[in-house]
Design a protein around this ligand. Structure first.
Ligand code: FUB
Length: 379
């Protein structure tokens, strides 16, 4: 899998040297990056990173950031672990087994790493690969949404991705998983958006290792493609959305397509790898507009599209983030203390695609609501 490097407009970074890290009492699952004391902000190709890792004691990625009632920032990331598995198109190198929650009181302040919040061994339906999670809060309960492979076997001997939910009274966990995956859920990368009227929606899905291409007729094909449908002149495979029931644990409807339109109002095509959806949905609302944001996977952009309903359709607007160091790019966007922040990840600490570190930087908006592209490297 080859990466593409692009340059764009530089913006203000945060944590330009290492951010401080502390660890919650009771944390027993520490691991240390080989270069955890390395604060050299220069990439192997000589460029300088825009921001520094928020955490250096463990590897983290896919940061889903939320500000709960206490005004602190809680980040629900993937917890990357070392593996001998080689990189492949299915993402087998992303072999994660548990989740740890991060907490920050102030932008640029120390980051607390929570104890294990949920372990795959405590999820009855799951076999492996605890990928990108998200979280929500309602009526005194915190909900952790997470994808994992179930215990079925496909043509590669691997399970189908499903999405589970676990609950806790504490935003840092530990979370207790429901015994089954969310009925009707499939694929990965759940992102729960709670609209201003309280209605919650789950966006989810991803192609290639995320398996969306195997659900094209609404039924899972365990012998389906490992990548996409090879239909470059057809509308691209869409991410999915389903409204959640008030219990926050079940879908209120059959998942629908999240359609991305080009400037002519036509669906973005499967061959348009710079614009089509790959994985990593994240939605936020600003000035009454819904921003659907996502990763383009093999072209390594974070993109955004704007709509007037949580269901879309969304009109493509541009890149949020140019390619980072490392294959994946997966993010969240949240308003905190009067500014908007982009949380993302790269491979600064390890140089390995499957051992990532989360970062944050300020996200700015133009007066018309469009977003200037951020370059993860400073000129
Ligand atoms: O971290 C594992 C997978 O890689 C995530 O689910 C994707 O979004 C990509 O970051």
């Amino acid at each position: 899998m080859k990466r593409l490097m692009m340059a764009s407009v530089a913006v203000l970074g945060l944590c330009t040297t290492a951010c401080g890290t502390s660890t919650d009492a009771g944390n027993t699952a520490q691991e240390t990056a080989a270069t955890s004391n390395d604060t050299n902000p220069t990439a192997p190709d000589g460029r300088h990173y825009l921001s520094q890792p928020l955490v250096r004691d463990i590897f983290t990625a896919d940061p889903s950031a939320h500000v709960w009632g206490d005004g602190k920032m809680y980040i629900y990331p993937s917890h990357d672990i070392p593996t001998e598995t080689k990189d492949d198109d299915l993402g087998n190198q992303y072999a994660m087994r548990d989740y740890r929650v991060l907490r920050m009181d102030e932008p640029g302040g120390p980051v607390t790493v929570g104890p294990v919040a949920l372990d795959v061994k405590d999820v009855p339906w799951a076999s492996q690969q605890m990928w990108a999670p998200d979280a929500a809060y309602k009526d005194g309960t915190y909900y952790l949404y997470f994808p994992a492979r179930d215990k079925t076997k496909d043509k590669n001997g691997l399970g189908a991705f499903r999405i589970g939910v676990a609950t806790s009274k504490n935003p840092m966990g530990p979370f207790k998983a429901e015994p089954e995956a969310i009925p009707g859920s499939f694929s990965m990368d759940p992102a729960v958006f709670q609209d201003t009227n309280g209605t919650a929606y789950m966006y989810f899905g991803g192609i290639w290792g995320g398996q969306l291409q195997r659900w094209k007729d609404g039924k899972y094909d365990p012998n389906g493609s490992d990548t996409d449908l090879k239909q470059d002149d057809q509308p691209a495979i869409s991410g999915k959305i389903a409204k959640l029931n008030p219990d926050m644990k079940t879908f209120a409807e059959t998942p629908r397509d999240v359609v991305i339109l080009d400037e002519q109002g036509k669906p973005v095509l499967g061959g348009d790898h710079d614009r089509r959806f790959f994985e990593a949905s994240w939605v936020f609302k600003r000035d009454g507009k819904y921003y659907y944001t996502y990763s383009t996977g093999d072209t390594h952009f974070l993109n955004y599209a704007i709509g007037t309903s949580p269901y879309g359709p969304f009109t493509y607007k541009g890149h949020i983030l140019s390619p980072v160091q490392g294959w994946t790019t997966h993010h969240s966007i949240v308003e905190w203390k009067g500014k908007w922040w982009l949380f993302y990840a790269d491979t600064q600490l390890s140089g390995k695609n499957h051992l990532r570190n989360v970062k944050m930087t300020e996200l700015r908006f133009n007066p018309d609501g469009t977003i200037p592209t951020i370059d993860p490297f400073v000129k």
